[in-house]
Design a protein around this ligand. Structure first.
Ligand SMILES: O=P(O)(O)OC[C@H]1O[C@H](OP(=O)(O)OP(=O)(O)O)[C@H](O)[C@@H]1O
Ligand SMILES: O=C(O)c1cc(=O)[nH]c(=O)[nH]1
Length: 192
């Protein structure tokens, strides 16, 4: 599924870590999605939407999910997941096993086709949920719930940055595989 070499991927990963440390870690008083407080915030949108980082994110995340069997699509809860799913889809299109992308709305659309999962038809399909940063894992699990309602089979959650505060356990408790590209040690941060 992956066409980048191991050394290219390691270079991508080191470059991405440097960009995250330099441009996406913000220090201050933050309220997180879960309502918890933290003294730093990793704003991955700064990089998933940046031309210097997005192609590498596609390669890194495609490589991260390379051993997940039989998947046909990637996506997650809007909006953190959206550019990641796109980057993975584009990178996979260069391989012999291309993947489609989907977007899970926070709520079903209240007009048109009333859909919560947009894009690829996921019914009956094995899919991976992607995420930019995971703290409690509840955003990823909201996507999992919506996908299951659509008749999809979400089999793994793949995150760029794991904040190491319970998301892995929450996701594994739902029977999904947990995959993370970068964690707090890589960024020189402590879990909080
Ligand atoms: O693991 P969790 O506790 O769910 O926290 C992580 C989530 O929080 C952020 O999204 P946010 O809720 O800020 O929404 P956004 O993507 O719409 O900006 C981030 O992009 C993750 O999706
Ligand atoms: O938990 C969150 O809401 C959260 C933490 C973080 O570091 N980055 C982010 O985008 N969301």
């Amino acid at each position: 599924m992956t066409i980048a070499s191991t050394s290219e991927l390691e270079l991508d990963r080191q470059n991405l870590i440097a960009l995250i440390k330099g441009e996406a870690v913000f220090h201050g008083d933050f309220t997180l999605s879960s309502g918890k407080k933290a003294s730093y915030y990793v704003d991955m949108r700064k990089l998933t939407l940046d031309h210097r980082a997005a192609p590498a994110i596609g390669r890194i995340m495609l490589d991260l999910i390379r051993d997940v069997d039989g998947i046909v699509a990637v996506g997650g809860l809007t909006l953190g997941a959206d550019p990641i799913a796109n980057a993975v889809m584009h990178e996979s299109a260069r391989t012999t096993t291309p993947l489609d992308a989907f977007v899970v709305r926070k709520e079903p659309k209240d007009h048109g086709r009333g859909r919560q999962v947009e894009g690829a038809d996921v019914t009956g399909k094995r899919v991976v949920v992607v995420e930019d940063t995971s703290t409690t894992g509840q955003s990823a699990l909201k996507a999992v719930e919506a996908l299951r309602r659509e008749g999809a089979e979400p089999v793994a959650v793949a995150v760029i940055v794991d904040r190491k505060t319970g998301a892995q356990a929450a996701v594994e408790a739902e029977g999904l595989e947990w995959l993370a590209a970068i964690d707090l040690d890589d960024l020189g941060l402590e879990p909080q």
